[in-house]
Design a protein around this ligand. Structure first.
Ligand code: ARG
Length: 287
């Protein structure tokens, strides 16, 4: 019957429930942009363009709603007036179960954020590691899980490669070192976004040859994006269940490829945050 047919079609197009990202995102932390500005420059995207505060709040709210629509709980933390980049809370640390490895920022402009994150994690009963701030490390901006134990470990412009020896203390984590070679793609999350256990959206020119090979080997279904998409920050996307939430600018071909694999795309405007070199992935810390 017609109904049977609809049902069976649904079954076919319904992606497997074992998607890696599905269990990774249950709760996230975000910081509403009450004091977000661009007033210094610590990456090539920060060219002193004035932020439209109202627009920034709208864009942030749209992102938050897109995440909540997928059934994810969004916690929020207040932004300090003198720390304009605190909205990029994904840089606060790397959370693994009930532990967090705290970030030490490369640039003095952001080190003031550290004490506020430490306070938040303690208040929320996380076991904190990295409180001696031995090595530069920028948290979820450079260290990204593609399944429940595989950690893509970016280093270069911001994070020290050697910090990953300390990050092993988080527990049963397999660390895959990723060398970033292009100053425009200064955090791993600007050129790499896991989609499921065999797929990432990625921008190959941002990586060393060895890292490119490792990405192709471990994530063989990965989708390489083009220059225009890279400039639009398309890799700064997050996957929640079967939805890829990305900044506007994802190409038709990429959308098609994702669609065939059972993923739909929700595009959100992120223009105000891109003036600071950030977008969807940077604004969200996975808890
Ligand atoms: N202006 C911020 C910085 O340069 C942007 C951080 C973006 N965060 C990210 N995870 N890519 O530090």
């Amino acid at each position: 019957s017609a109904i049977d047919q609809i049902n069976s079609n649904e079954t076919i197009s319904q992606p497997k429930m074992s998607r890696a990202s599905a269990h990774l995102l249950k709760r996230v932390l975000m910081v509403p942009p009450n004091h977000f500005t661009v007033e210094y420059s610590i990456n090539p995207w920060m060219t002193n363009e004035k932020v439209d505060k109202e627009k920034a709040m709208q864009q942030w709210t749209e992102l938050k709603k897109a995440i909540e629509n997928e059934g994810v709980e969004v916690l929020t933390m207040e932004q300090q007036p003198n720390l304009p980049d605190q909205v990029f809370v994904c840089n606060s640390g790397l959370v693994f179960k009930d532990k967090v490895y705290l970030s030490r920022f490369r640039h003095k402009e952001r080190t003031g954020e550290q004490e506020h994150y430490l306070k938040w994690f303690k208040a929320n009963r996380y076991q904190t590691i990295g409180e001696h701030y031995e090595k530069f490390f920028e948290g979820g901006g450079d260290a990204v899980f593609s399944d429940d134990k595989t950690l893509w470990a970016g280093f270069g412009p911001r994070t020290d490669k050697s910090v990953y020896d300390l990050i092993k203390k988080l527990g049963d984590v397999e660390i895959v070192i990723c060398e970033l070679t292009d100053p425009k793609f200064y955090h791993l999350d600007t050129c790499f976004a896991p989609v499921d256990e065999t797929t990432a959206l990625w921008y190959p020119p941002a990586f060393s040859e060895a890292t490119k090979m490792e990405i192709k080997r471990r994530l063989p279904n990965s989708i390489a994006i083009n220059d225009d998409e890279a400039k639009a920050f398309v890799c700064n996307a997050i996957t929640v269940r079967n939805t890829v939430i990305s900044p506007i600018g994802i190409g038709e071909q990429t959308k098609d490829t994702l669609g065939k694999r059972g993923f739909r795309v929700t595009e959100v405007p992120m223009g105000e945050f891109m003036k600071s070199g950030g977008a969807c992935q940077c604004l969200v810390l996975r808890l």
